[in-house]
Design a binder for this molecule. Structure first.
Ligand SMILES: Cc1cc2nc3c(=O)[nH]c(=O)nc-3n(C[C@H](O)[C@H](O)[C@H](O)COP(=O)(O)O)c2cc1C
Length: 179
């Protein structure tokens, strides 16, 4: 008998510990990214704040992806993802890729995309884009941790990053407070 990824993952049972963790994590500001993936399994993408650098040698990022997402198979089969760091002009795009619309063509139509040599799509006006090959994935609780070795980078010197803080989208425009 085969089961889908969704069926293998229990629905969240939020106890006091999980609620306390979520409330504290809401106070942690994080950049908002759209993680895109294109390849033989098709084109996908979702909004994520759970992204960070792992090492610069070799340049590697990690992204945490909920195992209940319908897109887990697609990402793992494509074996690639592109981290697109959003600017404060990308709130609509962030909401679309967070599930406000489910149709992937409609999600992609809310931005301008450029095709990369890898076959992935990069958001043309992203603050930065990191095109990655998935080198490992681990299951931790409800999520996959996807490790991606960076194949190419695009970086803009203009635009203000979009942050997520206190369960809201926030533009990072305060400027330098110390250097
Ligand atoms: C600000 C924000 C940050 C999010 N961060 C993550 C994340 O790091 N990992 C994740 O799996 N889902 C994250 N989500 C939820 C996904 O974007 C959303 O569940 C997913 O796109 C909807 O599922 P689908 O793409 O399979 O339709 C986040 C949503 C928002 C609004």
């Amino acid at each position: 008998m085969t089961t889908t990824l969704k069926q293998q993952v229990a629905l969240p049972d939020l106890g006091a510990v999980q609620l306390e963790f979520r409330a504290a994590m809401a106070r942690v500001g994080a950049s908002v990214n759209v993680i895109s993936s294109a390849g033989e399994a098709g084109r996908g993408g979702f909004t994520a704040t759970a992204m960070c650098s792992v090492t610069d040698s070799p340049p590697t990022l990690l992204v945490c992806m909920n195992r209940r997402s319908s897109q887990c198979d697609l990402f793992l089969r494509n074996g690639v993802f592109c981290v697109n760091v959003l600017s404060h002009d990308h709130v609509d795009l962030a909401e679309y890729f967070a599930g406000k619309v489910t149709d992937m063509n409609e999600r992609y139509a809310s931005g301008m995309w450029e095709c990369l040599p890898s076959g992935n799509h990069a958001l043309a006006d992203a603050i930065a884009s990191f095109d990655c090959k998935i080198t490992a994935h681990h299951v931790v609780g409800t999520h996959y941790v996807l490790f991606g070795e960076v194949q190419s980078i695009r970086c803009s010197t203009v635009g203000h990053p979009l942050l997520y803080l206190d369960r809201a989208f926030v533009g990072a425009t305060a400027g330098i407070v110390s250097n």
